[in-house]
Design a protein around this ligand. Sequence first.
Ligand SMILES: NC(=O)c1ccc[n+]([C@@H]2O[C@H](COP(=O)([O-])OP(=O)(O)OC[C@H]3O[C@@H](n4cnc5c(N)ncnc54)[C@H](OP(=O)(O)O)[C@@H]3O)[C@@H](O)[C@H]2O)c1
Length: 264
Amino acid sequence: MMHKIGFIGCGNMGRAIIKGIVTSGVCEPGDIIASAHTQATIDAAHEQFGIDVTLDNTQAASAEIVVLAVKPYMFDEVVPQIAPALPEDVILVSIAPAKTLAWLSETAGVAKVVRLMPNTPAAVGEGMTSVVPNDACTQEDVDRVLAIVNSFGKSEFIPEKLIDAGSAVAGCAPAFFYMFIEAMADAAVLEGMPRAQAYRFAAQAAVGSGKMVLESGQHPGALKDAVCSPGGTTIEGVRTLEEMGMRGAVIDALMATVDKAQSL
Ligand SMILES: NC(=O)c1ccc[n+]([C@@H]2O[C@H](COP(=O)([O-])OP(=O)(O)OC[C@H]3O[C@@H](n4cnc5c(N)ncnc54)[C@H](OP(=O)(O)O)[C@@H]3O)[C@@H](O)[C@H]2O)c1
């Protein structure tokens, strides 16, 4: 029986997606096969998720949907290697920056290609994924990919030229939020709060703030204003963040990720 999804590589992002898929139940573990470079990685994936595993990329490539989840620099080696094993009607999915739909289709010798830019919160069903199908994909193909992607979070279609922006503001963003949570917890610890409790407070404040933006329909600036009582404590923090160049630092950091993606 042909597997429904094959993963070439199952590192941080591959595992986050597999965890999201298996937890949501959109696919049975037995519908999924994953390959990796080392035995230890595939053993761990089999143990954790109950999926089929192999060290042979061509075996993982014999699936209805094949997800390329190796580092971008590996694509020049791995895509030609799996090309002869890909089923003719395969939907080839890439989660990497830099490799375009045109490059993927030509190098793999397949018609249907989808670029996704997911993020690791997929592992807890709160992913945010950019979706870019090529013209050869039918509505049914796109729906099949969306069923998988939406099983581990939210998704939106974007034009291919915006994939690096999507990567900055969703793919890379968790790292920046973790830094913000860690820094805020450091301040609470400085005030005497136990560290584990400080992480819970900062993380839940982040979750709640994100939900407010998504669900209230209000501008983030208006939501910020509502927290800042005149002459109060929060506005002192706002002044300090602005003095330290918070907005400029954030914009520069995201643009640095875009520059790097475009240089790969
Ligand atoms: N991490 C993120 O948050 C994130 C977000 C969006 C997109 N992405 C993209 O996702 C892709 C994977 O990133 P990652 O963070 O998951 O990297 P990673 O943790 O380094 O995982 C890479 C995986 O590729 C496997 N691998 C290496 N050489 C291989 C080969 N020749 N054949 C088959 N598998 C091989 C590795 O196996 P071993 O474990 O056995 O070495 C590992 O399982 C990248 O293109 C990245 O840009 C990542």
